[in-house]
Design a protein around this ligand. Structure first.
Ligand code: HEC
Ligand code: HEC
Length: 300
């Protein structure tokens, strides 16, 4: 990670600039996570043997996908946009509607991905049986998780790898100072102004804050009328159309944006906030301010 400091009301701001690191480099922290990394790209544990986590969470695109809706088993379309896993905090509820317990509390998020009809469409019994056909996987799982079933070990190892992916933007980005020195003075100024807008006039920081730029709460940004969002979990009418604030990380790589993939570019995301974004309100920005804000977002 490289740090550029700039003067904002006398406060020194440290901002990570990752303009030249196009792939999130993941530091695998344990042998469990290393095994999880192998499972992450192995399609054999999906119902039709064709779909792995990496089919949708693509390493080259910050573990997100390039289309609004990814294709899972049987080429079934997912119903929401595939989120990046980079920067995912381990203490916020998972999924756009927050329906799954945080990574910190276990592997429920991984189980949800493995069993979802639109994803890998597996069930735990078939998973156990399939894993038992592979002597090397079986031996590795027995060694790492002597007191768990094969399927439980599989889920836990992937969970550990996902936690390493989540940290990758913090500890994996190239340290090279050349990334900052390659930026013109003008673009450094633009990024600094964008950051000030993000925190100040544009008010983005109200919801996008903390290490991963998310408060882990739910808002209706007036994007969709079909998807019930948070209301599907709480059954409260006031939660209809509310979705969890997503982490903002490696945005250069994760288009399209929003839970329904309806924004093809950061310009379109910003235009939505300018037009009035439901509970996020309406903002007013000049053309120059918009490009500063976008320049800043591209450094995240
Ligand atoms: C067919 C595409 C697809 C596949 C395959 C897939 N995912 Fe996902 N993943 C998604 C989508 C879409 C969402 C968002 C679902 C929602 O919010 O309803 C998601 C959400 C997640 C989340 C929660 C992210 C967040 O911000 O809360 C995690 C963690 C995750 N997936 C991990 C995995 C793992 C691990 C695998 C493999 C075992 C996997 N996914 C397989 C598409 C996929
Ligand atoms: C009231 C809380 C709130 C405020 C204020 C807010 N956001 Fe968001 N932001 C959200 C929520 C919630 C979503 C997801 C909405 C959805 O998909 O339905 C989101 C989504 C996004 C996304 C898409 C990320 C992705 O991975 O799909 C970007 C980019 C973004 N916001 C940037 C901004 C910027 C820039 C501002 C300031 C102009 C801002 N946000 C202000 C809550 C907020």
């Amino acid at each position: 990670m490289i740090f550029a400091s700039c003067d904002d009301k006398g406060v020194e701001i440290q901002k990570s600039l990752s303009l030249h690191s196009d792939q999130a480099s993941v530091t695998v922290s344990s042998s469990a996570a290393a095994l999880g990394q192998v499972f992450f790209s192995d399609p054999r544990f999906s119902r039709d043997g064709q779909v792995a986590c990496s089919t949708c969470h693509q390493p080259n695109y910050a573990y997100a996908d390039t289309v609004a809706f990814s294709k899972g088993v049987g080429r079934r379309l997912a119903v929401r946009n595939t989120p990046t896993l980079v920067g995912l905090p381990d203490d916020i509820p998972l999924m756009w509607d927050g329906g799954v317990t945080p990574l910190r509390h276990g592997s429920q998020g991984i189980l949800a991905a493995v069993t979802a009809q639109h994803d890998m469409d597996m069930n735990p019994l078939d998973l156990e049986r399939k894993l038992s056909y592979f002597p090397r996987y079986r031996a590795a799982l027995h060694r790492l998780y002597p007191h768990h079933s094969l399927a439980a070990g599989y889920l836990l190892s992937i969970r550990d790898f996902v936690k390493d992916i989540a940290l990758s933007s913090e500890n994996g980005i190239h340290q090279s100072p050349s990334a900052t020195s390659k930026l013109s003075l003008e673009s450094r100024h633009s990024i600094a102004k964008g950051l000030a807008l993000f925190r100040g006039k544009a008010g983005c920081v109200r919801c996008h804050h903390g290490p991963s730029m998310t408060d882990g709460r739910f808002y209706n940004l007036a994007l969709d009328t079909v998807d019930p969002g948070r209301a599907a979990i709480t059954l409260l009418e006031e939660d209809r159309g509310r979705f969890r604030t997503p982490p903002l990380r490696m945005l250069r790589k994760t288009a399209p944006y929003f839970h329904n993939g309806s924004a093809q570019s950061l310009q379109i995301v910003l235009q939505h906030y300018i037009n009035g974004a439901g509970e996020a309100g309406q903002i007013n920005l000049s053309r120059a301010e918009q490009s500063d804000l976008i320049a800043y977002m591209k450094t995240l």
